[in-house]
Design a protein around this ligand. Structure first.
Ligand SMILES: [Zn+2]
Length: 187
């Protein structure tokens, strides 16, 4: 596997240009991790890269917040040969459902595709700890926070990127005369 960002660009998972985000903000970059994880062999490769950093940590469970973390979390669990489970939102609250349970003291690694503020990872950790688990670390493929997102446990990532966003009226690309495109409209 070449560099992570080269691979993301190859799959249009990381675009450069002038984009209208679903939030209504404009950005010179667009990130959609799911596009980089379409081939299971690629997802497995990222999973191994994350797993390598935790091989000596006695991880017993990998857990991810749904939906974004599901594929990469599964891949990391496969590489570590441990079980995989996930948390999901119900009425806005991140919880453990589906009969998943944790043994006291079980060492859990939380895995996400991308961390921006760390919010969903923190909520996932809180749900796991409420269920009696002990989260020993967190990991993501991409970090959009330049390493600054604090999730309360030690954290690693495979690639850090900065994706600035602007209100339309403050957008320097609009000011320079270009029009934003919707991601996915490129062929
Ligand atoms: Zn703009």
């Amino acid at each position: 596997m070449g560099s992570i960002l080269e691979h993301f660009k190859y799959h249009d998972a990381y675009l450069e240009g002038h984009f209208l985000l679903s939030s209504g903000l404009h950005s010179p970059n667009y990130l959609q991790c799911a596009l980089a994880l379409q081939y299971p062999s690629d997802a497995s490769g990222y999973g191994r890269l994350i797993a390598e950093k935790f091989v000596d940590q006695n991880v017993g469970v990998v857990a991810s917040p749904a939906i974004g973390g599901l594929i990469i979390g599964y891949a990391v669990a496969q590489a570590l040969n441990v079980r995989f489970l996930w948390t999901e939102r119900q009425n806005g609250e991140m919880i453990l459902r589906r009969g998943f349970s944790l043994k006291p003291g079980e060492r859990i690694l939380v895995v996400e595709d991308v961390i921006t503020t760390g919010g969903s990872t923190r909520e996932c950790i809180a749900a796991l700890e409420a269920a009696g688990g002990s989260v020993i670390g967190a990991a993501s493929i991409i970090d959009r926070s330049n390493g600054s997102a604090d999730v309360g446990v030690s954290r690693i990532f495979l690639a850090g990127i900065d994706v600035p966003s602007y209100k339309p009226e403050d957008c320097p690309m609009c000011a320079a005369g270009s029009s934003p495109e919707k991601p996915g409209s490129r062929k």
